[in-house]
Write a protein that binds this ligand. Structure first.
Ligand code: ZN
Length: 420
């Protein structure tokens, strides 16, 4: 290990992958819920002139995100360069049958792998991690000594001593935004650009919020305004000389009928009718303290069955439900989706593109929704943009590009190294 302050120039191995030491800053932006149609429509409508020129000279790729296509698993995958089977975070919460407890997965104690940030930080790299919501900050910042790490949600509380930067709002000239706003993402971008300019961190990770994408379809005025705002910050980061990788944690689709009413399969009701009330437990890992914009409805669920239940018969009943796309056993789901087997149920259910999974109607209040439901979680939201402001070196033969390849690709470009 090198002495503090003396940045080491050799490659690093983190979670079995090799990262080149960057010779210029690398910035990965996770645009939460950024279905490709959002930037494609904004470019077509002339609202992202910088991105249009960037894609003409750089990389305009698509990548697969981690399943379930939710925020926390994918942010931790991007941060560790690995799937949930390695880092352990497979949703916003899981059910622990031994403790008979639902456990929120925002505690770093549940993280099973070091982050790329901690790995580079230990070699005296400067690292900046800025998230929109505070729920991710502790997980993403785990093990990162020094460096910048704070959430826009609590930007006003960030201090030089504890978060590596203080007076954030004053520095960027913004008021504290609401947690349910587009400005929360704008603050992440503005703060990221400011830190890039002043500190020139080797690695910067900017993680936004999908508040806009949950409410507004691609090409709508609010969506185009949001992407036009992002375009200005992408241009700024590019002008500061960084390698810029723009990806997403998951896509986003309408989950409603033509009349705008949500299309929901209520799994707990189906299981209660078959097995008795409460005998099986449906876990919706999208559930978190911020349910205002999705009503805890996503296209992925996992089911814990009572002892002695005929799993094959239950699976056959669930897969026959209209709106269910895939039904996997725990083993099948672990293999196909690279999930940690001890943090999912006996069955994994994936809904079709325009359908979400719920427990029972009383537990999903979407009566206050002013727009038709838009959400994610399924295979239909797995394909995400992977946009780079430089040409992308050749991928190793047979490599399936993932959103969690962001720092691997970015550091290779910034080092002038091949991808290996
Ligand atoms: Zn998300």
């Amino acid at each position: 290990m090198s002495a503090p302050g003396a940045a080491s120039a050799g490659p690093l191995e983190i979670n079995g992958r090799r990262y080149a030491w960057p010779r210029r800053p690398v910035v990965v932006v996770c645009v939460d819920g950024s279905e490709a149609a959002y930037h494609e429509r904004a470019v077509a409508d002339g609202r992202m002139p910088f991105l249009e020129s960037m894609l003409a000279r750089g990389g305009d790729l698509r990548a697969d995100c981690t399943m379930p296509s939710f925020t926390n698993p994918n942010n931790l995958s991007i941060a560790t360069g690995a799937p949930p089977s390695v880092h352990g975070i497979c949703g916003n919460y899981f059910y622990d049958p031994d403790a008979d407890a639902e456990v929120m997965m925002n505690d770093p104690a549940l993280l099973r792998a070091p982050t790329i940030f901690a790995g580079f930080g230990a070699r005296s790299a400067r690292v900046a991690v800025i998230t929109a919501k505070d729920k991710l900050r502790r997980l993403l910042g785990h093990g990162l000594a020094g460096g910048v790490c704070f959430s826009a949600e609590k930007a006003g509380e960030a201090t030089e001593e504890e978060h590596g930067v203080g007076k954030v709002l004053e520095r960027v000239g913004m008021a504290q935004p609401s947690v349910y706003s587009a400005e929360l993402s704008e603050l992440v971008m503005a703060a990221g650009a400011a830190v890039l300019e002043s500190d020139r961190p080797e690695l910067t990770y900017l993680s936004l919020t999908d508040y806009i994408q949950h409410k507004h379809a691609p090409g709508s005025p609010a969506a185009n305004d949001f992407y036009a705002m992002l375009d200005g910050w992408f241009e700024r980061i590019d002008a500061l000389g960084a390698v810029l990788v723009i990806t997403a944690d998951h896509g986003m689709n309408a989950k409603s009928d033509a009349d705008g009413s949500a299309r929901v399969v209520f799994l707990q009701d189906v299981l209660d009718a078959r097995l008795g009330a409460g005998a099986a437990r449906v876990v919706l890992p999208i559930t978190d303290p911020y349910t205002v914009h999705h009503g805890a409805l996503g296209s992925y669920a996992t089911v814990h069955l009572p002892g002695g239940a005929d799993a094959a018969a239950v699976a056959a009943e669930l897969v026959a439900l209209q709106g269910v796309e895939e039904l996997l056993t725990r083993q099948q789901a672990c293999r196909r989706f690279e999930l940690p087997g001890d943090r999912i149920g006996d069955l994994v259910v994936v809904a079709e593109r325009n359908t979400v999974l719920g427990t029972t109607p009383a537990r999903h209040d979407i009566s206050g929704f002013t727009e038709p439901l838009r959400s994610h979680g399924g295979l239909s939201e797995q394909r995400v943009p992977f946009l780079v402001n430089s040409p992308v070196p050749a991928l190793p033969s047979g490599h399936r590009l993932r959103n969690f390849d962001g720092f691997w690709v970015g550091t290779a470009i910034a080092a002038g190294a091949p991808l290996s």
